[in-house]
Write a protein that binds this ligand. Structure first.
Ligand code: FES
Length: 91
């Protein structure tokens, strides 16, 4: 869905930015233009950034879980964990 109509920024764009390390609205604005015109989208964009951070698997935790699964010869589990880490969370 479009979050920022003025700049054509979608919720997926915001999640992608969050996955790439964007944590603050000002940074999102710099990267995408979101909230740089009328500003109506600012609160929703900030909420989506926060939500993406809360639902994003932490890289270190996932890497540790993959190592554990590989050590235990649980290849299916290790593969699943790698997939979870590389896929954007469905919100
Ligand atoms: S809707 Fe995002 S700046 Fe206007």
């Amino acid at each position: 869905m479009y979050v920022c109509v003025c700049n054509g920024v979608t919720d997926r764009d915001i999640r992608r930015a969050a996955d790439a390390g964007c944590r603050e609205l000002a940074e999102l604005t710099a990267r995408t233009g979101c909230a740089s015109a009328c500003g109506c989208c600012a609160s929703l964009a900030a909420a989506l950034l926060d939500e993406a951070e809360l639902t994003r698997p932490q890289a270190e935790e996932v890497a540790a879980a993959v190592d554990f699964a590989e050590d235990a010869a649980w290849e299916d589990t290790a593969e699943l964990l790698r997939d979870v880490h590389t896929e954007a969370p469905a919100v």
